[in-house]
Design a protein around this ligand. Structure first.
Ligand SMILES: C[S@@+](CC[C@H](N)C(=O)[O-])C[C@H]1O[C@@H](n2cnc3c(N)ncnc32)[C@H](O)[C@@H]1O
Length: 268
């Protein structure tokens, strides 16, 4: 990464402690990370070798879920919280390929994502994209900021991919989801992915402990029952809460079983 990008919102960027957005970029094969991210990322990989596969499966799930929502489900508004660094097939690119008038608001609180946000603001002329620098712990502020671009009287897909795991207090995470669901009308959707020690992910316990001692923000895994509870009151679409690699995969038999739940749910 060049020093220039590090100087942008300078003081908030820390290059001596690994940050999730940058390590996620490392696992996805990107270049927007520092040496410390690579060191911590490769240590995690040595403890939990399928983490790269988890990251790739999560992104592929994003592509299939957004493709379904913009296509078959007719959704034109997306609120993508915990966006991550721009990569291939960002939410607006997937959505606007199908529906050029789609409107997307991205939200992340990592300063490095803010410095790269321009790459997310490449909307089609018919649609719109906005970037909000905000913390997922404050859903009220997120909804207020997003309402400049999204009409909360019309259906919105709220995307929570790999983000609730950074809200380690389950009560707080539940209240965040409730607040977001309260803000969207009937016919809206919630899309989530979440790491687990189930689905063959037992080996991730040690790697997560290492992460929490060496990187930021702290992470937690959850059981399928805990993740499903975030979607209480919503209709979870087929095939349900499953390994995200297997959610409507072209060939479910061939898709690896990664220890990351994925689901799409509709607000009745
Ligand atoms: C694992 S990455 C997932 C990125 C993307 N959603 C995906 O699925 O590929 C998690 C992202 O959430 C962001 N994040 C973590 N805690 C956050 C918080 N409290 N508020 C906003 N964003 C947060 C991180 O900066 C990172 O970019």
């Amino acid at each position: 990464m060049s020093d220039d990008s590090a100087q942008q919102p300078g003081e908030r960027i820390s290059s001596h402690i690994a940050h999730n957005a940058r390590v996620w970029n490392y696992w996805l094969g990107g270049k927007d990370h520092y040496e410390v991210d690579e060191q911590v990322g490769s240590m995690v990989t040595s403890m939990y070798p399928s983490i790269g596969e988890v990251a790739r499966a999560d992104r592929a799930f994003l592509g299939r879920a957004v493709g379904f929502l913009a296509g078959e489900a007719g959704i034109r508004q997306f609120l993508d919280i915990g966006t991550g660094l721009p990569t291939v097939n960002n939410t607006h690119e997937v959505a606007q390929r199908i529906a050029p008038d789609a409107r997307i608001v991205y939200v992340d609180n990592d300063p490095i994502v803010l410095t790269h946000a321009r790459a997310l603001l490449t909307s089609s002329a018919e649609g719109a994209t906005q970037y909000v620098d905000a913390d997922a712990h404050d859903p009220q502020a997120i909804v207020e900021a997003a309402s400049g671009t999204l009409d909360f009287d019309r259906p919105v897909a709220v995307m929570l991919l790999g983000i609730l795991n950074f809200v380690v207090d389950t009560e707080k995470a539940t209240s965040i989801v409730r607040r977001l669901v309260d803000a969207i009308p009937s016919g809206s959707y919630v899309v989530l992915t979440h790491p687990t020690l189930e689905l063959g992910g037992e080996g991730n316990a040690e790697a997560m402990k290492f992460w929490n001692e060496n990187a930021t923000p702290p992470i937690t895994a959850r059981t399928g029952a805990e993740v499903a509870a975030f979607l209480d009151g919503l209709e979870i679409l087929e095939p349900g809460l499953v390994s995200c690699a297997r959610w409507r995969a072209e060939d479910t038999e061939e898709a690896p079983l990664v220890a990351q739940f994925g689901a799409v749910a509709r607000k009745p």
